[in-house]
Design a protein around this ligand. Structure first.
Ligand SMILES: Cc1cc2nc3c(=O)[nH]c(=O)nc-3n(C[C@H](O)[C@H](O)[C@H](O)COP(=O)(O)OP(=O)(O)OC[C@H]3O[C@@H](n4cnc5c(N)ncnc54)[C@H](O)[C@@H]3O)c2cc1C
Length: 408
């Protein structure tokens, strides 16, 4: 069967690969010259089923509420974005009840765990190099923070297969000696042994290479203009800047841009862009930094080692489709990390840091939209929010299985 995948981010490329393994003739269409050049480019790199709790948990909402008005806010709302997020925001709040939040968390955990299984099985049959680390992640909690509340959530997640371990100061230092200078700040940590990490962009390129080896065709530098319908229940073709593309089945994986292309079909996808920043520095061979991803729950900061680089990230911002890079934000992220690992400052060139921003395609409930539409030959695999890299291989498997069932 001919399948056209719209979008060559980490989600589209993983989808193309899974479809190609099932023997389909796949074409991927994207406006960029290479796969993974938008939100999948310099994200946090965390492959973390442990992070499956959607942002609308009652405790996160309290944190967001406090931080909106604080100086070191973790979430910013650009006033110009308010009109476009009101409806979505109400749905976000409606999904924040304990019951709904739990259902969304379980759904995310399931997809993320399938994702890890799929990823590990791909690594068994193919050599992949994406600066991966498979030694877990650690979240450290300052005194007076929310460690006991978080540990309670971990107990809940454990029922769904997320393993964790509580660490005291000695055990934190055993795992991450680089925290020695600030260890007295921490009351403890939670370690997640099954989490992984890696460069999502490198992975996207790698999985696209594997898909190509299976016959997938990448139509790059091609702007998708319109998804053209044949009737009220079928898509006829895709109109692009380089002509029409026809297939038997279409998969929409355009990240934050999915709702824009879906709207003329009367498909109102509840996805909005939520901007995020990352900063990446070269370590110049220095080995004294973290050996695995470390998240500081007090500064809302994370640092993720990737080969000879360290990637750092911080806050989220509702700013519409604006992807401009804010140098001040980059400096803020780096200065928080230097408070945690002061020795880092003498090994990096802060002026040469890569400051980047991207748009998380967020749904109001948390889980992505993976499934059929009212058009029998149009499927969705989009809206992965802050967990697109974590869930890409899992949702790619889900959608390729669904397509196989629908066409059987
Ligand atoms: C700062 C930050 C940190 C993050 N950290 C993590 C993390 O640690 N772990 C994690 O799991 N997730 C993380 N995420 C989320 C993750 O990056 C996203 O969920 C994921 O990249 C989304 O992938 P995608 O393929 O759906 O979208 P994209 O990567 O945005 O891909 C969409 C593709 O569609 C193409 N496209 C769009 N419109 C058109 C058009 N009209 N014509 C042709 N092509 C088009 C684009 O060029 C793009 O290649 C983070 C996100 C941000 C912003």
């Amino acid at each position: 069967m001919k399948v056209a995948v719209l979008g060559a981010g980490v989600v589209g490329c993983a989808t193309a690969y899974m479809l190609a393994t099932k023997g389909h003739e796949v074409t991927v269409i994207d406006r960029r010259d290479k796969p993974g050049m938008e939100t999948s480019f310099a994200n946090g790199g965390l492959m973390t089923p442990s992070d499956a709790s959607p942002w609308n948990s009652p405790s996160t909402l309290r944190q967001i509420g406090r931080s909106l008005f604080g100086k070191s806010s973790t979430l910013k709302i650009n006033p110009s974005a308010i009109p476009s997020i009101v409806g979505w925001g109400l749905k976000f709040l409606a999904n924040s009840t304990c019951e709904r939040h739990k259902a969304s968390m379980i759904s995310n955990i399931r997809t993320a765990k399938v994702s890890l299984e799929v990823l590990r099985s791909i690594r068994e049959v193919a050599s992949l190099n994406y600066d991966q680390r498979t030694c877990g992640t650690m979240r450290v909690f300052p005194r007076g923070g929310r460690m006991s509340e978080f540990a309670q959530m971990c107990r809940e997640m454990q029922q769904w297969g997320v393993q964790y371990e509580l660490l005291d100061q000695d055990r934190i230092l055993e795992k991450e000696p680089c925290l020695a200078a600030v260890i007295d700040r921490y009351v403890g940590a939670v370690f997640f042994p099954d989490d992984e990490s890696g460069d999502a962009h490198k992975f996207t390129i790698e999985i696209a290479r594997l898909a190509t080896e299976l016959g997938t065709h990448f139509l790059m530098n091609t702007n998708i203009l319109k998804i053209v319908k044949a009737s009220r229940s079928r898509i006829s073709h895709i109109s692009t800047s380089r002509g029409d593309v026809s297939a038997d089945v279409y998969v929409l994986s355009l990240g934050s841009y999915s709702p824009i292309l879906a709207r003329p079909l009367n498909l109102l996808l509840p996805i909005i862009p939520v901007k995020g920043y990352s900063v990446t520095v070269t370590l110049n061979g220095w080995k004294g930094g973290p050996t695995r991803p470390v998240m500081d729950d007090g500064y809302h900061a994370m640092m993720v080692p990737m080969g000879d680089r360290l990637r750092m990230g911080g806050r989220a911002e509702f700013a519409g489709y604006d992807t401009s890079v804010n140098e001040e934000e980059g400096k803020r992220v780096l200065s928080d990390i230097l408070k945690i690992v002061p020795a880092l400052s003498s090994h990096i060139n802060a002026d040469a840091a890569l400051n980047w921003s991207g748009l998380r395609p967020m749904t109001p409930s948390g889980p992505p939209l993976v499934g059929p539409t009212r058009y029998a030959n149009l499927f969705l695999n989009t809206g992965h929010g802050p967990l697109g890299w974590t869930m890409a291989c899992g949702s790619a498997k889900q959608i390729s299985d669904l397509i196989a069932q629908a066409q059987a």
